[in-house]
Design a protein around this ligand. Structure first.
Ligand SMILES: Cc1ncc(COP(=O)(O)O)c(C=O)c1O
Length: 446
C-alpha cells in the first residue's frame, strides 16, 4: 500500500470507528499519520521528520524513546510487566520512595494511577475525605482533565455545560496571573499588592482567591503555570499566600503539576521556584518518560491517615503502580538528574523566549505577547484565527506546535528538554516564517 492510500485508510478508520468530526478536523489541517519517534523528532507515514515542539502536551520531556527509559521498560517486560496485586511490588515501592525524596517537604506518600485526570480524581477525593468538607476552589481557565471530577474543577464552560450536574461544591475564582511573565532567571517582582490586577483577568483583584478560601473549603486546586489556560504564570507570592490562607482555615492545597512537573519549568516541579509545600500534588505526563502512561498523587502523612487509616483499600486502581510504568518513572528521574534537564530547560527556554520576543518585535500587529518559564512557553496572538493558521504553516514546514485547549489565541511551545540550540533556533525561524505567511494571507483576505 502506498503512503497516500495508507493515510486515507487510517483517516477512514478514524471516521468510522473513533471520531468522525476529529478525523475531519485533523485531515483538514493536513496532519499525517505518526509512525516513529526519536529524540526531538516525530516521523510521519511519508518518512518526513517533524521537530516536536508540542511533545504530546508535555509528555516528551525526555524526547521520544529515550534509550535509558526504553531499556528499563524492556528489562521489566522480561520479568514482570503487570503486578499480581497480592505481593509487594518493588518497582512501585522504589518510585514512591524516589518521589518522596525529590518532592516538596511533607509529600511522603504516593498513590499511583494511569493518567493526569485520574491523579486529579484521587486528589479531590482525598481532600474531601481528609477534611470532611466539600467546597473546592478552582481557577477560571484552569485545566484538570475531562473525567467528571476533573471537569468539575476545570474552568472552561464549553467543556462542562453538557454534562451537569457535575461534582457539587466547586467554585471558580480568577487565576492569580503574573502581570507579565518574567524570563526564567530574571528577577521576579515582589508580592503583588491587593490593588494590582492579573493580566489575563484585567480588573480583578488578586485577593479574590484568598477571600474565597474559608472554613468550609476542603481544598484549593491550582496549577503553578496554567497550561491549557494559555501559559499563565502564577504571580510571584500568590501561591505562598494561598498556602498560608489554606493553613489558616484548615483547608488543603492541591498543586496540579501534571503539565509543569518533571523539569518543564526549569525546576523539577513548578512549585520549587518558590518553595511551596502543598498537601497534595498531582503528576502524570512526563513522569513516564514518554514511554509509559502513569499518574501519581503525592500526599502528606495526615492526608494518608485520614483516607487509608481505617481502610487501606479506600482508593485503588488495577493498573496503577504497574511495574512497567514504575520502571519508566524511576529511569525518568535518573535521566532528568544525570542529564541536567532542569537546568537545560532554563537555558533553552531563555534562548527560545529571547528568539520569539525578537520575532514579536517585528510582528507586533499579530503577536501580542510571548510569555513562559523554562520550556513552557506561550505565544499569544491579537486575533483568534491567527493561531490555527500559524500552526498549519508550521506543520507544513516541519515543526509541530498546538494552541492551548482553553485559549485558542495562544500557541504553546513545549519541546523535549533535550532540545539543542540549533533546534531551538530552527523552531524560532519556522515560527517567524509561519507568522509572515499568515500575515500575508490575512492581508490578501482583508
Ligand atoms: C494540569 C493538567 N491536569 C490534568 C490534566 C489531565 O491529564 P490527562 O489528559 O492525562 O487525563 C492535564 C492534561 O493536559 C493537565 O494539563
Amino acid at each position: 500500500m502506498d503512503a497516500d492510500a495508507f493515510h486515507a485508510q487510517v483517516v477512514d478508520q478514524y471516521s468510522r470507528h473513533i471520531n468522525p468530526a476529529l478525523a475531519k478536523l485533523m485531515n483538514f489541517a493536513g496532519f499525517g499519520v505518526e509512525m516513529r519517534g526519536e529524540g526531538c523528532y516525530l516521523y510521519d507515514h511519508e518518512g518526513r521528520a517533524f521537530l516536536d515542539c508540542l511533545g504530546s502536551y508535555g509528555v516528551f520531556a525526555l524526547g521520544h524513546r529515550h534509550p535509558k527509559v526504553v531499556e528499563a521498560v524492556i528489562a521489566q517486560l522480561g520479568r514482570l510487566p503487570m503486578s499480581g496485586k497480592v505481593f509487594f511490588n518493588p518497582r512501585q515501592a522504589e518510585l514512591a520512595t524516589r518521589l518522596s525524596e525529590v518532592s516538596p517537604n511533607g509529600l511522603e506518600f504516593t498513590f499511583f494511577s494511569n493518567s493526569g485526570a485520574e491523579s486529579v480524581e484521587a486528589a479531590l477525593k482525598f481532600a474531601k475525605g481528609a477534611t470532611g468538607r466539600s467546597k473546592i476552589i478552582a481557577t477560571e481557565g484552569g485545566y484538570h482533565g475531562k473525567t467528571i471530577g476533573g471537569l468539575s474543577v476545570t474552568g472552561r464552560e464549553k467543556y462542562r455545560k453538557k454534562f451537569g450536574p457535575l461534582m457539587p461544591g466547586a467554585e471558580f475564582v480568577p487565576f492569580p496571573s503574573a502581570p507579565s511573565s518574567p524570563l526564567a532567571g530574571e528577577e521576579v517582582r515582589g508580592v503583588l499588592s491587593d490593588s494590582e490586577t492579573s493580566s489575563n483577568r484585567r480588573g480583578v483583584a488578586w485577593s479574590e482567591i484568598l477571600d474565597a478560601i474559608d472554613s468550609d473549603t476542603a481544598a484549593v486546586i491550582i496549577e503553578t503555570v496554567q497550561g491549557e489556560g494559555g501559559i499563565h504564570l502564577a504571580a510571584p507570592g500568590s501561591l505562598a499566600a494561598i498556602r498560608a490562607r489554606t493553613r489558616e482555615v484548615g483547608a488543603l492545597m492541591i498543586l496540579d503539576e501534571v503539565q509543569t512537573g518533571m523539569g518543564r519549568t526549569g525546576r523539577l516541579f513548578g512549585c520549587d521556584h518558590e518553595g511551596i509545600e502543598p498537601d497534595i500534588m498531582t503528576l502524570a505526563k512526563a513522569l513516564g518518560g514518554g514511554v509509559m502512561p502513569i499518574g501519581a498523587t503525592l500526599f502528606t502523612e495526615s492526608v494518608g491517615t485520614a483516607i487509608f487509616g481505617e481502610n487501606p483499600l479506600m482508593h485503588t486502581s488495577t493498573f496503577g503502580g504497574n511495574p512497567l510504568a514504575c520502571a519508566a518513572g524511576i529511569a525518568t528521574l535518573d535521566v532528568i538528574q544525570d542529564e541536567g534537564l532542569c537546568e537545560r530547560a532554563t537555558i533553552m527556554g531563555d534562548r527560545m523566549m529571547a528568539g520569539l520576543r525578537d520575532m514579536q518585535s517585528r510582528h507586533s500587529d499579530l503577536v501580542s505577547e510571548v510569555r513562559g518559564i523554562g520550556l513552557m512557553i506561550g505565544v499569544e496572538f491579537s486575533m483568534d484565527e491567527v493561531g490555527e493558521l500559524v500552526i498549519a504553516q508550521m506543520t507544513k514546514r516541519g515543526v509541530i506546535a498546538a494552541y492551548t485547549l482553553n485559549n485558542p489565541r495562544v500557541i504553546r511551545i513545549e519541546p523535549p528538554l533535550i532540545i539543542s540550540e540549533a533546534q531551538v533556533d530552527e523552531a524560532v525561524r519556522v515560527f517567524e516564517e509561519a507568522v509572515v505567511e499568515t500575515g500575508e494571507l490575512l492581508a490578501m483576505l482583508a
